[in-house]
Design a protein around this ligand. Structure first.
Ligand code: AMP
Length: 193
């Protein structure tokens, strides 16, 4: 199994690059944001609970997202590996993920962090809001709250993986294909380890 985390603030291009990476490497895409939006569309109890946080740009409680990821991993035992996008977003989620993978005799093989400036993020998210249909991309206050949550609770996750020498930072600004090539170079190097 090869398990990869694509990390970065909201608007750093995780979704776009994930689509290209799963095609190339045959990994299963697990985006907690997408899974939560599906729960909302299906009007489940979990979706209704999560929506209150998402509408305010706040993180959904750890127990909710960890449960979703546990179930996704358990329902896909034959997967070659997973690409985690938007998860883990707290150190507690990262620790829980390590435990879930250890139960399958697996681990995180690469942690790639996309780096994008704050001004560029806000511009990209507002632009995406014109077409994404996501209410949390339209309002600048909610966008700022999401970036604040990232800085307070999510950025420390990079330090968690760096302590195990798994973290690599990749410039997330510029041409999409060039960023993709940089990510692939790092992944290929980790696959040889
Ligand atoms: P995303 O699509 O990754 O930008 O996520 C959209 C929203 O879903 C976030 O602003 C959070 O409210 C929630 N969310 C997604 N993933 C997580 C996670 N791993 N932990 C907590 N909240 C999450």
């Amino acid at each position: 199994m090869f398990n990869l985390i694509l990390f970065g603030p909201p608007g750093s291009g995780k979704g776009t690059q994930s689509e290209k990476l799963i095609d190339k490497y045959g990994l299963m895409h697990l985006s907690t944001g997408n899974l939560l939006r599906e729960e909302i569309v299906n009007q489940t109890k979990l979706g209704l609970e999560a929506k209150r946080f998402m509408d305010n740009g706040q993180l959904v409680p750890d127990s909710v997202v960890i449960g979703m990821i546990r179930s996704a991993i358990e329902h896909n035992p034959a997967s070659k590996g997973f690409l985690f996008d938007g998860f883990p977003r707290t150190v507690a989620q990262a620790e829980a993920l390590d435990e879930l993978l250890a139960e399958k005799q697996a681990e995180i093989n690469a942690f790639l962090a996309l780096e994008v400036s704050r001004e560029e993020l806000i511009g990209r998210l507002l632009n995406r809001g014109k077409t994404s249909g996501r209410s949390d991309d339209v309002n600048e206050d909610i966008i700022s709250a999401r970036i604040q949550e990232y800085e307070n609770k999510t950025a420390p996750v990079a330090g968690y993986y760096e302590q195990f020498d798994k973290g690599v930072r990749v410039k997330g600004e510029g041409d999409i294909d060039q960023i993709f090539d940089s990510l692939c170079r790092e992944i290929d190097a980790k696959m040889l380890v």
